[in-house]
Structure formats: structure tokens, C-alpha cells
Design a protein around this ligand. Structure first.
Ligand SMILES: *Cc1c(COP(=O)(O)O)cnc(C)c1O
Length: 404
């Protein structure tokens, strides 16, 4: 085996398919979100970022920065251990209490990321409950798929957001078997939202647990930023709510919130929780500042956010661009080809100073490559007009498909 040759050939294949990933090298400037510098070929130029998951700009909020800096001065950089061995800081415990409160659950548990939270929680639950079955939405995020796979439990995949199909599958499972319905509230590549209440109806009818990923909703939906389940009045019907501190909360880390017994169980059994160093206390403290700010003062930001999103969708629609029918803050534009998609985003960057990362396989299925715009409350009318004008010019230049 010629190892180097093997890896080189695989990379060449990716390049030929248009699926080779090129990262934009950014330098964010605190206080100037969504503007940033982009480094390329030893030069740097200014760009407006249109694809950040720091949805509300909280990653640069003065309270968050101040708390992070102060905590470092008080307690140092790292936590010094795993949660079990000297790594449980006061800041972790306080944040877990706050997150439990945010979701009106008895308890919460922190993980180093949202990915790890999904993988660790799902794999532990399903592998530990004898004879369990996972019912998983076909569009679930890679981290949930990893959890489902790693549990080695039986799984059934239901059609995306399709409660009829879900019920068909539930009906065929022996009633006494443990069942977990695994889904997201907002699907982050299409921007559609799950029928949470209907899924909970089925969970109650068939005695299944529910596990919801609210990663793209926490901080942004619901009166306190508790997510879509809070907005829809369904939080108490969901068994386990999972979220991230890295997107609307602007820091890093993941968590689940649930009953005390479930949290205690996962805390005691999940390898991905137990055998890794806990988050730096300054991260936990900064996340806490962000969660509290967004809970108490975020209403204006959330309203402004929705207003900006509606405005952008409207402008794009009027311009005849093929936006996908999203009902959330995510604004996808279908391109349908990886090479053209990359051409569009290269053009945006090089000619217009607009940064939108092309979304390609394996993030989305082949043939559905797209642009994914995430307007924030801070993007201005001017930013939007510049973006729409640029897209219209590019669409014309490359003779791309307009909206039907
Ligand atoms: C980003 C994402 C995650 C992972 O969260 P991180 O905190 O970034 O690891 C989990 N689920 C979904 C749906 C995501 O989009």
C-alpha cells in the first residue's frame, strides 16, 4: 500500500467532483460584526460575513467578553481536569442550573460541544436501555446519526418531518420496547421546522421518549430564548432538549436538559462526558452571561432578527432568486451543482467582498448544493442591497436558474 498516494488520489477525486473544501481564513473584529478581514495570499481584505452561526452577534457582546476576561483573571485558563477528577468548577454548576431553568427542566448537563452532547447522550441512552429502538428523522444532523450508530441499537428512519410515516413505524414496534424519537426543531440547511406538538402526541400515544436538537433555535425563539419548543408551548412534553452554546449564544459547548434521573444517568454512564476535560470555567461563565442576556434582554434582538430575515427573503424573492421555502431565520438559495455553487461564492468574495460559504456534500445531499444565508439583527439595509445586487449580477453572468 502506497499510503501517500492513496490519500492524494482521494483528495483529487474530491476536487474533480467539486467537493473539495476550501476554508476562508477570517479575522473577526470584536465590535464590528458582521464585518471581518479575510486573509488570502499574504494579503487581507474586508468582507461582510453572511453565513455565520453567531446568529445574534453574541460572540462579541461586551458583557460576554468582560465576563470571560474577568473569569480568566480570577480562576485561570483551563479547568484542570475531567468533571469527576477536580474539573467541576462553580461556573459549570451555575451554568447547568441556568440551562435547566431556561428549558424548565429539573437538570442539565454540559458537554464540550453540541456534537459531543448528541453523540454521547444518544449512544448512551439507546445502548443502555435493553432492546431499545431509535426513530430518527432522515435529515438529522451528523452528530445525531453518530449517536444513533454508536449505540448499536436498532433504528428506524422516518421521512423528514412526516408524522404519518413516523406513526406507521411506531405501530409496528412491540409496545413494551423502549423507543426514542430523535429529531431537530429547526433543520439548519433547509430552514424548516418540525411538527413538535404532533410528534409529542405520537410519543405519548406509543409511550416513546422524545429527544430534540434545538441547536439552531436556542436564544432565538420563545419568549426567553428557550427555542421552538418554548415558543410552541411544548417544552414540558419533550423528554430531552439538546442545545449548543456556540451558535446564538456565541461561545462554545453543548448541553442537554431533562429530568434529574435522566441527567444523573447520562452523567454516570456517558463516555463522551466522563473521559474528557471539562470546558474552561471562563467559557462556562461567558456562556452563562450570554444565556442570561439573551433571556432577559433578547426580545428586541429576536424581533429585530426576524424583521431582518423577512426583509432579506422579500428582497431576494423580488429579485427572482430561487430561495427555498424556509420558515425560520435560515435563508437557503438552491444552486444544485457543487462546482457552480463554488463559482458563485468565489465571485461574491473576490468581486463584492461578501462571504457566503458554499454548502456541499456531505453537509447536504449531492445535487442540492446551495448558498445558506444567515442574516443577523446587525446586517443593515445597505448590506442587504449590496448582497442582492451582487447575486443578481452573478446569476445573470453565469446564466443560472431563476425562481419559477
Ligand atoms: C452545529 C450543530 C450541532 C453541533 O453543535 P456544536 O456545538 O457546533 O458542536 C448539532 N446539531 C446541529 C443540528 C447542528 O447544526
Amino acid at each position: 500500500m502506497d499510503y501517500e498516494n492513496f490519500f492524494g488520489e482521494e483528495i483529487n477525486k474530491l476536487k474533480a467532483e467539486g467537493n473539495y473544501r476550501v476554508f476562508a481564513e477570517l479575522e473577526r473584529h470584536a465590535g464590528y460584526f458582521p464585518d471581518a478581514s479575510r486573509h488570502i495570499d499574504n494579503k487581507k481584505n474586508e468582507v461582510t460575513v453572511w453565513c455565520s452561526n453567531d446568529y445574534l452577534g453574541m460572540g462579541q457582546h461586551p458583557d460576554v467578553l468582560k465576563t470571560m476576561k474577568n473569569t480568566i483573571d480570577q480562576v485561570g485558563a483551563g479547568s484542570g481536569g475531567t468533571r469527576n477528577i477536580s474539573g467541576t468548577s462553580h461556573q459549570h454548576v451555575m451554568l447547568e442550573r441556568e440551562l435547566a431553568n431556561l428549558h424548565s427542566k429539573e437538570a442539565a448537563l454540559l458537554f464540550t460541544s453540541g456534537y459531543v452532547a448528541n453523540d454521547a447522550a444518544l449512544s448512551t441512552l439507546a445502548s443502555q436501555m435493553p432492546n431499545s429502538v431509535l426513530l430518527s428523522d432522515e435529515y438529522n444532523h451528523a452528530s445525531m446519526i453518530a449517536g444513533v450508530r454508536n449505540s448499536r441499537a436498532e433504528k428506524r428512519i422516518f421521512k423528514h418531518n412526516n408524522v404519518n410515516h413516523l406513526e406507521e413505524l411506531l405501530r409496528k414496534i412491540e409496545p413494551e420496547r423502549p423507543k426514542i424519537i430523535v429529531f431537530e426543531s429547526i433543520y439548519s440547511m433547509d430552514g424548516d421546522i418540525a411538527p413538535i406538538a404532533k410528534i409529542c402526541d405520537l410519543a405519548e400515544k406509543y409511550n416513546a421518549m422524545t429527544y430534540i436538537d434545538e441547536v439552531h433555535a436556542v436564544g432565538m425563539y420563545g419568549p426567553r430564548g428557550g427555542g421552538v419548543a418554548e415558543r410552541d408551548g411544548q417544552m414540558d412534553r419533550i423528554t430531552i432538549i439538546q442545545g449548543t452554546l456556540a451558535k446564538a449564544f456565541g461561545v462554545v459547548g453543548g448541553y442537554i436538559a431533562a429530568s434529574e434521573k435522566i441527567i444523573d444517568f447520562i452523567r454516570s454512564k456517558a463516555s463522551g462526558f466522563i473521559f474528557t476535560t471539562s470546558l474552561p470555567p471562563a467559557i462556562a461563565a461567558a456562556a452563562m452571561a450570554s444565556v442570561c442576556h439573551v433571556r432577559d434582554e433578547g426580545k428586541t434582538k429576536r424581533e429585530k432578527h426576524q424583521e431582518r430575515v423577512a426583509k432579506l427573503k422579500n428582497l431576494l424573492e423580488q429579485a427572482g432568486l430561487p430561495i427555498m421555502p424556509s420558515v425560520s431565520h435560515i435563508v437557503p438559495i438552491m444552486v444544485g451543482d457543487p462546482i457552480i455553487c463554488k463559482q458563485v461564492t468565489d465571485d461574491l468574495l473576490d468581486r463584492y467582498g461578501i462571504y457566503v460559504q458554499p454548502i456541499n456534500y456531505p453537509t447536504v445531499p449531492k445535487g442540492t448544493e446551495r448558498l445558506r444565508l444567515t442574516p443577523s439583527p446587525i446586517h443593515t439595509d445597505e448590506d442587504m442591497n449590496h448582497l442582492v445586487k451582487a447575486l443578481v449580477e452573478i446569476w445573470g453572468r453565469l446564466a443560472l436558474q431563476w425562481a419559477a
